[in-house]
Design a protein around this ligand. Structure first.
Ligand SMILES: [Zn+2]
Length: 451
């Protein structure tokens, strides 16, 4: 290529970039903030389809497979072990444990339909809200069988995993997913069939000293079969399976949430992305008045992303003039509305997620339950409920004991238990998980503290 042609090409790219960047800045300064991608589902699926033809077909097959599966019995709560991989370049990106603990609480409140602000759900939608009966806890055992906090922290030389392609609607998949590999500056997944892996990192970028958030969350949806026949030889399924979350979105107590222009403030990004992880789609089906395949979510166009407010109570962007037509359900976690507006999954969405969990992601809860059953047989706690102390029954001393609260926070740690009595005078009333490692065996049990 001649030098003049190269210069022309470089100049053209620079001009294009500046035009696109100017458009982006105009958008950022407007009241609506479409420049921030709340969710990367569409761009990720397109990039995966380009890399592995047949990918989108496998998502549809997974969806259909779930629809045709029997509904799991209600009343059975599934508990999912979660590991957070915090990948940071700056101290700011290395968010505190308190944000992660809070995020677990927000997730459990959302998936059990018990957020205090469910009271804000409009009366017309309250009967549609469902309890997913899914709970999350920070993993207490790592893949090698050792006790863990459920949080890994990795310093990386990569300043950000985002780039300009995200802003202009493209997606550099290989660059982004470096965060999921230890040898590329991130952290390898823990076995994705046993843990829900959540990578926390920065996918924004700096331009001329201005910080630009670009993508807040992304999840890998279930596929069926896990690898289509036509995928290239050597393709590996599962090792990138999980959720990415922009670090400022974690928890409703995140000290850096103001970076996100008032759009995200209450930890709902994780709720939304895990909805995708369990097979849900955006309720507009990713097109104006489209279908998400769930019967009880009303049709709507993509909602606006208002900073700090919710759409109007009567807004109905796909009005069919039918008597049973419902207004836009901007309270739904699978919408794009502001965090403060989102309060519900519908009964139909809940049923779909439980079908996916019990058919295509069933290994997530089977293995800890199996462990727990063994432990419940061997580890008895007395009294239970307890007030000031409890004892381990039929267990020898000398093992390592840990007490975690309902958010996964370790509140008591004893490296070598002297006798079988444990003081709990400082613990508030509530539900606790007791784990005990003794003679290379690992046990756990549940304790209620009641005052
Ligand atoms: Zn989404």
């Amino acid at each position: 290529m001649a030098v003049s042609t190269i210069l022309k090409s470089v100049r053209c790219k620079a001009v294009c970039f500046l035009i696109l960047f100017s458009l982006y800045c105009i958008q950022v300064n407007a009241q609506h903030v479409p420049a921030i991608h709340r969710c990367g589902a569409e761009m990720y699926n397109k990039a995966m389809e380009a890399k592995f033809p047949g990918y989108i077909e496998s998502l549809q097959a997974a969806f259909n497979n779930a629809v045709n599966s029997p509904s799991p019995r209600s009343g059975e709560v599934y508990r999912i072990p979660v590991v957070f991989h915090v990948i940071y370049n700056t101290d700011k990106q290395n968010i505190p444990d308190s944000c992660i603990y809070n995020q677990i609480k927000v997730l459990n409140d959302a998936y059990r339909n018990r957020h205090a602000d469910t009271a804000n759900t409009r009366a017309i939608f309250k009967p549609l809200a469902g309890d997913a009966e899914i709970e999350f806890f920070l993993a207490d055992t790592d893949p090698d069988g050792n006790p863990t906090s459920g949080i890994t922290r990795t310093h990386t030389d990569i300043e950000t995993f985002g780039d300009i392609t995200i802003i202009i609607g493209g997606f550099n998949l290989d660059y982004f997913e470096q965060m999921k590999f230890t040898d590329k500056g991130g952290h390898d997944a823990w076995p994705t069939n046993k843990y829900l892996n959540i990578w926390v990192a920065d996918a924004g970028f700096n331009f001329l000293g201005i910080y630009l958030p670009a993508l807040l969350g992304l999840a890998t949806p279930p596929r069926y079969p896990s690898l289509p026949d036509n995928w290239p030889e050597g393709s590996v399924d599962g090792i990138v399976d999980g959720v990415f979350l922009q670090y400022q979105t974690i928890g409703n107590n995140n000290p850096y949430k103001d970076d996100l222009q008032g759009l995200v403030s209450a930890g709902r990004t994780a709720v939304h992305e895990i909805g995708h992880y369990f097979g849900l789609r955006h309720i507009n089906g990713d097109e104006d008045c489209g279908d998400d395949g769930i019967d009880d979510t009303p049709e709507m166009v993509l909602s606006t992303q208002e900073a700090g407010s919710c759409p109007g109570a009567d807004i109905n962007t796909c009005n069919s003039d039918q008597p049973d037509d419902l207004p836009d359900m901007w309270e739904n976690y699978m919408d794009y509305s502001n965090d403060i507006c989102q309060t519900l999954f519908t009964a139909g969405q809940v049923n779909h997620m439980r079908k996916v969990l019990t058919t295509q992601r069933d290994t997530l809860y089977n293995w800890p339950l199996k462990t727990e059953k063994v432990l419940q047989r061997h580890l008895s706690l007395y009294p239970n409920p307890a007030q000031n102390e409890f004892r381990l029954i039929d267990m020898g001393p000398g093992g390592a004991l840990s007490v975690r609260d309902a958010f996964g926070l370790e509140v008591i740690k004893i490296d070598k238990l002297k006798d079988n009595t444990v003081s709990i005078r400082d613990l508030p009333s509530g539900f606790y998980v007791i784990t005990y490692r003794h003679k290379k065996q690992y046990f756990s049990g549940k304790l209620i503290v009641s005052r």
